[in-house]
Design a protein around this ligand. Structure first.
Ligand code: ZN
Length: 276
């Protein structure tokens, strides 16, 4: 290594040490003066954090409204919620502090969760319980709830309706199959009593099965297919349940058992779309 390269590297190390030392002095002075190195949210960020969850507390066991109308003034209201920091606003102090996080990330809406005043107090006094992970999951859940409860969710409702119709149709089709099964049973009896020969027996059985298959493919299959396509639109193409549902639909017309297999899948999809 050349001498100037060596000196440059050493100088870099020394500068790094000075920088760290200055940061420590800054933190120490801030604490001494009662001023913390904070990254507060801007009013616009606070508003977006609140509006994304309809001003409802994001704690799933609370979910209180945080806008309170003033009883005697029809034009005004009180705000009883706060945009709370997930990772502390303060670099070193405060609950869930992370000195490594940069200032931009600390005041980003992603680092904020909307809570009522009471829940804000609780999470800051119990950071060991209200961890970063817990608060992030509350935030995500609250925002998903806002999506699924929004009024423009007609598409979701119509998907659920289609799934219910497909489940009903499939159920009544399977009921009808019981009747077909008794026809098959009669055929078998007649064959065993030598009333019909083997060829006629198998031919009739095959005809019955083909008839069932045709009926399934004509009336039930397309109904399920439409519902699945709508589920795919909501849950995404890579969703495991949707992908398995399409595979099962492909083989569903093979026999009665594979038709029956579609029922629990449709129920599972309905549940997933509902909670989306
Ligand atoms: Zn609350």
């Amino acid at each position: 290594m050349r001498l100037n390269e060596y000196l440059f590297k050493e100088l870099d190390n020394i500068l790094q040490l000075i920088c760290n030392l200055l940061n420590k002095i800054k933190d120490w002075l801030a604490r001494l003066m009662g001023k913390e190195d904070r990254d507060d949210f801007t009013p616009a960020t606070k508003k977006s954090i609140a509006m994304r969850v309809n001003y409802i507390c994001s704690n799933p066991t609370c979910r209180r409204y945080t806008l309170k109308p003033k009883i005697n003034d029809p034009y005004r209201w009180d705000e009883v919620g706060q945009a709370s920091h997930i990772v502390s606003a303060s670099r070193v102090n405060g609950p869930r502090a992370d000195p490594e996080m940069n200032s931009e990330d600390r005041k980003h809406p992603n680092n904020g969760i909307w809570l009522c005043l009471r829940c804000h107090k609780i999470i800051d006094s119990e950071p060991d319980w209200a961890t970063i992970k817990v608060l992030q999951s509350w935030k995500k859940e609250a925002e998903l709830r806002a999506v699924s409860n929004s009024v423009d969710d007609d598409f979701k409702q119509s998907t659920i309706d289609d799934l219910i119709i497909a489940i009903r149709s499939l159920n009544s089709f399977l009921d009808q199959l019981l009747v077909c099964n008794s026809i098959d049973y009669d055929l078998r009896n007649r064959f065993e009593r030598n009333e019909i020969n083997w060829n006629d027996y198998t031919k009739n059985m095959m005809e019955n099965f083909e008839k069932t298959k045709r009926e399934y493919e004509k009336s039930i299959f397309p109904e399920i297919q439409v519902a699945l396509l709508k589920c795919q639109n909501i849950l995404g193409e890579s969703n495991e349940i949707v992908r398995n549902a399409f595979k099962s639909l492909e083989r569903s017309s093979c026999n009665q058992l594979t038709m029956k297999d579609m029922l629990p899948i449709l129920y599972e999809l309905k549940e997933n779309v509902q909670w989306r």
